[in-house]
Design a binder for this molecule. Structure first.
Ligand code: ADP
Ligand code: MG
Length: 257
């Protein structure tokens, strides 16, 4: 079966021809959560931007359902982009401070009117109800509909960012360190939410993190990026297997997994 996402032999450099990404390849199946781990500077966010078609690779391709994203333009690119949404590390930076919650979560739908028809048909004429339904999906009460970002906790803000990201019913959610800015006690709640969404709406993930425990909890498979190269790919239950790359073992040991 064709994978949902294929990352094929991606190369990228910015200056001095030093490869930030060097021959990076992996696939993500439909409904799969793929964890990408690596220390700061290993190239994770660069790969996220390339996957989101926000940046072009120097070589290699990214295909979604067999379609090369970097060959698309205009309407076709817009149509493909709907299927890949993103959750960034810092929800405060990714939410518009001037928009109330309800407008924030349904804003993407204004750009894709067709998507609304396919979504919650019974409430689609009432934008506030649609927003409330999205909040419900991420465990937030409709009481928050008229709040502004500064009136929310960090965890609530990240939930709003997630509600917005799933409003277009994407196939793939790219999460770039989505819990790193949150208190430890809140991180686990957000990880649980990602896990619930995986099961309830069949969402697939490229889940980028430097937190091996989080990746082991959430992900089906894991790739390890080191200096822009994928040095290890394995099912997450085999994280502590003796077959792991020495670098993976050192990472696991460092956090006492
Ligand atoms: P990570 O997300 O794993 O911390 P990044 O992808 O952000 O890694 O960065 C990988 C490397 O690429 C770093 O050395 C960083 O300085 C460099 N880099 C990232 N983006 C740019 C850019 N726009 N211009 C120049 N160098 C960049
Ligand atoms: Mg990063």
């Amino acid at each position: 079966m064709q994978p949902l996402l294929e990352i094929n032999h991606i190369y990228k450099s910015y200056i001095n021809d030093i490869n930030v990404l060097h021959d990076v390849s992996f696939t993500i199946g439909a409904g799969e959560c793929f964890g990408l781990v690596g220390e700061s500077g290993s190239g994770k966010s660069t790969l996220a931007r390339i996957t989101l078609a926000l940046e072009r690779p120097d070589a290699g391709e990214v295909t979604l359902n067999g379609i090369n994203l970097h060959r698309l333009k205009g309407k076709a690119l817009r149509a493909a982009r709907r299927h890949i949404q993103v959750v960034f590390q810092d929800p405060t930076a990714s939410l518009n401070p001037r928009l109330p919650v309800w407008k924030t979560v349904i804003e993407p739908l204004d750009n894709y009117p067709d998507a609304v028809a396919a979504f919650l048909t019974e409430v689609r004429h009432n934008r506030r109800d649609l927003a409330a339904a999205l909040l419900h999906q991420v465990g937030l009460d409709r009481e928050l509909l008229d709040r502004f970002p500064h009136q929310l906790s960090g965890g609530q803000r990240q939930r709003v960012a997630i509600a917005r990201a799933i409003s277009l019913q994407p196939q793939l959610l790219v999460c770039d360190e989505p819990t790193s800015s949150l208190d430890v006690s809140i991180q686990a709640q957000i990880l649980n939410l990602f896990k619930e969404l995986k099961e309830s709406i069949g969402l697939s993930y490229l889940f980028i993190s430097h937190d091996l425990a989080a990746v082991r909890f959430l992900c089906d498979r894991v790739g390890v990026l080191r200096h822009g190269r994928v040095v290890d790919v394995f099912p997450s239950r085999e994280l502590l297997s003796r077959d792991r790359h020495a670098y993976t073992r050192a990472m696991a040991k460092a956090v006492q997994l």
